[in-house]
Design a protein around this ligand. Structure first.
Ligand SMILES: Nc1ncnc2c1ncn2[C@@H]1O[C@H](COP(=O)(O)OP(=O)(O)OP(=O)(O)O)[C@@H](O)[C@H]1O
Ligand SMILES: [Mg+2]
Length: 228
């Protein structure tokens, strides 16, 4: 991020403890990130990657420090659900698709919540299904497609409201390398097209190599920040 650019995300000396203080999941983690950046969060199992994504995604709160999105302190957000729906997109290792809805309907669901008109919902979902090579699976239920197809549909769903920040936790964990690459390419294309910040927690060195910057955690501490 250039010095003149205003960061979209500021993480300021954030700490998080669990289990009555026995586990220090994050220790004074700080970094700024700008629009259009693609960042890999790396580090061994238990180093705090998912905890950090949960805090940025308003699914949890820090014990110390603060997180700002577009200059707004997350601690002061009164309606986290609405904030998440408008500003954030989540991708998890294990997709959470609604089992009774087709892939197309699953992808359209977040737009329904924002009151996007039907024609636009259909058009946007269709474009993403195409980008994910899933046109032929649009009318299928999640249980009737492969794990890789479900995961790609979950990525499409996370991007459909054009979120300013995408948080992805091991999004390629259950995919082969071809499909993993497709997911990473779509995330990078989204960052470019929308000027979005994309943060991806991953153990996969290929994923980290494809992204613009790498923040490494170890025992809850930020130990490297490469490519900022
Ligand atoms: N809800 C919780 N209650 C207690 N401890 C937790 C909780 N969530 C995470 N932890 C602990 O916090 C530390 C960081 O966990 P976290 O899930 O953030 O790691 P991670 O880097 O995402 O690991 P992985 O690569 O295995 O996904 C670990 O020691 C974990 O056991
Ligand atoms: Mg994790």
């Amino acid at each position: 991020m250039s010095d003149t650019e205003r960061p979209i995300l500021c993480v300021e000396a954030v700490s998080r403890r669990f289990a009555d203080g026995d586990v220090q999941a994050l220790r004074r983690v700080s970094f700024n990130a700008g629009a259009g950046e693609t960042i890999a969060l790396t580090g061994p199992s238990g180093s705090g990657k998912s905890t950090l994504l949960s805090l940025i995604g308003l699914l949890d709160r820090p014990d110390e420090g603060r997180i700002l999105i577009d200059g707004q302190d997350l601690a002061g957000i009164r309606h986290p659900h609405a904030f998440r729906a408008r500003r954030l997109g989540f991708v998890f290792q294990y997709h959470h698709m609604v089992p009774t809805m087709t892939l197309q309907e699953n992808i359209e669901a977040p737009m329904l919540a924002l009151g996007v008109p039907a024609a636009q919902r259909h058009q946007r979902a269709g474009a993403l299904l195409q980008a994910m090579a899933l046109e032929h699976r649009a009318a299928f239920l999640p249980r009737n497609v492969s794990g890789g197809e479900r995961q790609r549909a979950a990525v499409a769903r996370a991007l459909v409201n054009r979120p300013a920040i995408v948080l992805a936790d091991e999004p390629t964990g259950s995919l082969d390398s071809r499909n993993g690459q497709r997911v990473v390419e779509l995330l990078i294309a989204h960052a470019r097209a929308e000027g979005a910040l994309v943060l991806v927690a991953s153990h996969n060195p290929e994923v980290a190599a494809a992204l613009g910057r790498r923040i490494a955690l170890r025992d809850g501490e930020c130990v490297a920040d490469i490519g900022a």
